[in-house]
Design a protein around this ligand. Sequence first.
Ligand code: ATP
Ligand code: MG
Length: 413
Amino acid sequence: MKRRGQNTSALFSFQKFSYLYFMQPVIIIHHHEITLKGNNRKWFEQKLLKNVRTALGELVPHSAITGGYGRFVIQLQSESKSELIIERLKYVFGLSNICIGVKVEQDIDAFTNASLDLLKDEQFKTIRVTTRRADKNFPIGSMEMNAKVGAAICEKFNVRANLTGPDETIFIEIADKVAYVYRAKVQGAGGLPSSISGKVVSLISAGFDSPVASWQMMKRGVTTVFVHFHSMPYTSQNSIDQVKQIVELLTKYQFKSKLYLVPFADVQNEIVLKTPMPLRVILYRRLMVRIAEAIAFKEKAEGLVTGEAVGQVASQTLRNIRNIDNAATLPILRPISGNDKEETMVIARKIGTYDISKEPYDDCCSFLAPRKPETWSNFHEIEVAEANLDIPTLIALAMEKQTIEQFSFPQSA
Ligand code: ATP
Ligand code: MG
């Protein structure tokens, strides 16, 4: 805690707002996609506020997080937890940036002192000061304020003003009776607030693609339920353990997750015994999609998600995608279908799933995979092959044998 400057105008402010004698540390977070209007915007903000409160769990009392005007203010009792709080906020979808600063009285010396203090450990050559005057009663105009506080910063740190592309920006926000002075610290996760857009069921493997596809849907505010198919005991436990680690990581973005683990070896055995070899992978996928859809109906989800990308492997030609798609009645969303592998890898590295997916694992689809898979499947041939399978029973058995794992973050969520 720091005392503000002791000159006459500051003393006057102190008498007026004695309860604000100290600067109070705050974190200010700005909303993303605030182009929303009317009731939608209100709903968006309420959801986002609830999510921020959940994310910060035990770290900050709910009453210390307040909002309005496209941003929320988190009042801290001390600066000690701020890094931990920022770390949690990085996972909250719907935030554009996370700023650190102080709440001060409405006083130009307090603004200057706060700005100098916020910048004292930073390396920068250029600065901009941006003032927003929500309280129009404050006697100094925004431009004048920018110039005055900016000049004090330039003199103290021997830097230059740059209004177009500065190294650092100080924001001064004159609100109702108080003011906030802050600087941008880290970029937020963007997107829409978690759980604002309904629910999907994501088919997730331990590979690179489906975790990224799931994350992309979560970023659009979609609650994601995960389904993983495994061929235990014919394959090792690896894929399950890796998928659990991936879901645990992704849960930071939506606070609670459900992972359905579905034994798939019996289905695969039936397909191997009763259908032509080149169609195996397509038929595996069509069964996966049907089982995932049964889970989606149970979960009241609106669609399915996969990590397929056009042309990436033999099973992902446009024709095969079409023939996998028509096994489901719900839409199958494929958020990375137009990505190059490298584009997906960049996201996997950014969100941290890369390090888990790069470890070797047994994929259920490489178990009993054909040497020459069909690359341009014919729907009539698929129908003929599937006539040999008792599909409703295979789905019912898988639904019966599946297990469910629950994840939550933070623990209090
Ligand atoms: P990924 O990296 O996501 O495994 P991929 O490029 O390896 O994708 P495939 O193995 O052909 O492609 O799988 C295509 C999609 O099918 C995956 O993105 C995923 O959505 C789904 N999928 C594949 N294997 C499984 C599995 N064992 N359990 C659940 N879904 C799976
Ligand atoms: Mg795969």
